[in-house]
Design a protein around this ligand. Sequence first.
Ligand code: 3H9
Length: 693
Amino acid sequence: MTAITEVVDLDRRGCIAVLTVNNPPVNALGAGVRKGLRDGIAAAAGDASVSAIVIACAGRTFIAGADITEFGKPPKEPGFHEVLDGIESCAKPVIAAVHGTALGGGLETAMACHDRVGVKAARFGRPEVKLGLLPGAGGTQRLPRVVGVEKALQMIVSGEMIGADDALAHGLIDAIVAGDLTAAAVTFAERVVDEKRPLRKIRDIEDKIAAARGKPEIFAAFRKSVARQTRGFKAPEHCIRAIEASVNLPFPQGLQRERELSAELMASPESKAQRYIFFAEREAAKIPDVPADTPAKEIRKAAVIGAGTMGGGIAMNFANAGIPVTVIEVAKEALDRGLGVVRKNYENTAAKGRLTAQDVETRMGLITGTTDFAAVADADLIIEAVFEEMPIKKEVFARLDTLAKPDAVLATNTSTLDVNEIASATRRPESVIGTHFFSPANVMRLLENVRGAKSSKTAIATAMAVGRKIGKVPVLVGVCHGFVGNRMLHQRGREAEKLILEGALPHQVDKALYDFGFPMGPFAMGDLAGLDVSWRIRKGRGEKSAVADRLCEMGRFGQKTGAGFYTYSADRTPSPDPEVEKIILEVSGRMGIKRRAISVDEIVQRLLYPMVNEGAKILEEKIAIRASDIDVIWVYGYGWPVYRGGPMFWADSIGLKVLRDRMLDFQREHGDQWKPAPLLDRLADQGKTFTGQ
Ligand code: 3H9
C-alpha cells in the first residue's frame, strides 16, 4: 500500500488499483483528499499493470462532500474541477464504491467515475442547497444527464437524500452489491475490464436532457411547486437556473454558467448564515462539563404523562423512532381522544403518501394508552406533559418519585415553570430535567433541554442523546422564566403590542416579520397557538395585555374559535378584522397615545432588537452556553429564517455598535426596557461580535 497523501492510499488487488480515502469523520473532500485523488488517479493511470481503478472510503461513509470549513477562505490547490476532470478523463475505468452517504462533492466524485456501485444502505444526495450553495463542481450539469431533469431538480433543490434502490432505478448507480464493498467493487471492475466496456462519461450522455430541451414549462411548473418552501432563500433559484443551463447549453458552457452562479452563492450572506447554522447545530451537542463519553441511559421504553396535544405529539416522536411508549391520562375519555388525534395525524400523513398503512399500524402499535399511573414503573424515561400549573406538576413528580424505576430519567415538558421547584417534589432531583418540546411536538425540530441545579450528567447526556435519536435538535439551557426561546419571544410580544397601540395594525406588524422571513408574525402566531394560553399565563403572573385580554374576554381565542386578532374563514384563511381595529384605536385613544405611521424598518427593529438584547442577558447569566445555541433555538423552534442565521448572528451582521446605538435612541423615546444589556454594550464598544463571525 502506498500513501499518496496523509488521507489517501493506493493499494492493489490484482490488476485493479484501489484508492482509499481515509479522512475521518466523514471523508470530507479537503485539499489533502483532492490532491490524493488527483495524484492517485495519475499514478494508477500511468502504471501499465493497472487495468481499472476503484475509489473507496474507509470509516463510516463515502465522501460526504466538500470540506465546509474551507469555504470563505482562500482556495487551496488542487481545485475540484481539476480533480474530477482527472477522474472522468482517465483512460482506464474508474469505479466508485459507495457506502454511508455520497453527498455534495462526494456524489460529484462518484459521478465523475465511469461506474458506481453501492451497498444497499448507501444514500445519495445534494445537500448544498441547505448550505445556501449549489452543486458547484459540475453537479448541476452531470446529475440531470444521469437521472433526468425532473429528478435532478427535486434532488438538488430539496437537498434530501435518496436510497440505493432509488439511485439504481434512476441510473445513478450501476449495481447494489452485498458483502465486502471493496471486494465487490473490484469484482465489478474486473468484469468491466473483461467485457471491454467503453468508458461511460456522464458529460457525454444526452438523451435525458434532450428530452427536456425546449420545454420551459418543466421549470415553470417546478418553480411553482417549490415557491412556498423556498421563499426568501437565494440558492434554490440559482440551482434551478444552473439545471436549466444543463439543458440549454453544451457541457463546457453549462459548467461555466454553474461556476458563475456558484460563485455568487458562495459569496452571499445567505450561504454564510446557513453554513454557520450547520456548525452551530453540531456545536450545540457539545456541553463543556458533560463530555461526549458521559454514559447516557439507554431508552428502551418511554412514558408520557398527559394525552393532550403536547403529550400525544411527544409520544409520536418515540413511536417514529421505534421506541415503545406508554401514554398515561387520568380519564379514559381524554386518553381515547388523545390517542385518536395521534392516529388521525398518522393517517393524514399516510394520505399524503408519506407513510404506508402498515407504518401507521406499526407506530400505533408502539403506543400504549392507560389510565393506570403505575404503568410508569418500567419506563427508562418519563416525560410529564400535563397542565402548565406548578401544583399539578409537583403532584405528578411526587407520584413519579414513588413509582418510577430508581434510575429512570424524569423529564418535564414545562415551557415556563421552574424546573428546580418541580424537581424538589421528588427525592431524586438529580434525575429530573426539562425537555421542552415545541408545538406541534411531532414536527418541530427543537428540543430545549433544561438543566436543573441538581440535574445529573447522566440525565443531561440522556436527554441530549434521546433528543437526537428521535430526530430533534437538542439544545441545553438553564432555568429561568421561559428558558431561552420563550423568554426572548416575550420581549418581541411586548413590543408587538406596543406597536399596534402606537399606530401599526396587526397585519402590518405580521407582514414585516413575514417579509423578513418568518413563517408568520406575532399576531398570526398568537392566533394559531390560542390567545387563551398566554391569557392564562398572564393572569397567573398578574400581568395584562390591553388588546389581547379584551379579545379573550370576547371569546376570541384565535384560529380555534374562528376569530382572534384576525377572523378566519372555514379553511382558516385569516383576514384583518375592522372590529379588532376599532378595539385597538379605542385602547390607543384611552391611553392617550397619538397614533402615527410606523415604517417597516422600525417594526423589524422594535420587534427583534429587544430579543437580541435579551439574548445578551441570557448569555451573561449563562442560561445558554453560547450565542450560537440561541441561534439554533430560534431557527429550529421559532421559524427564524435560517438564511439570516439566528438573532445573535443577525445582530453581528448588522454590527453591534449600530444595533446598540439604535437601542439607545429607543431608550430615550420609550424608556428603560430598551437599556442595552452590559454584554451588548461591552462588545459594541470593543468592536466585537456575539458569535465570533
Ligand atoms: C459541497 O460538497 C460543495 C460541492 O458541490 C463542491 C462545491 C465547489 N465538511 O453531522 P455529524 C463534521 S458542500 C466539514 O455530527 P452524522 C461535522 O461538523 C458539502 N466537516 O455526523 C461534525 O464535526 P464535529 C455538501 C463536516 O453522522 C462531524 O463531521 N455536504 C462535513 O450525524 C460529524 O458530523 C454536506 O452538506 C463537511 N462536509 O452525519 C454534508 N460534514 O464532530 C454535510 C460533517 O467536530 N454533512 N462534518 O462536530 C452531513 O450532512 C452529515 O455530517 C453526515 C453525517 C450525514 C455526513
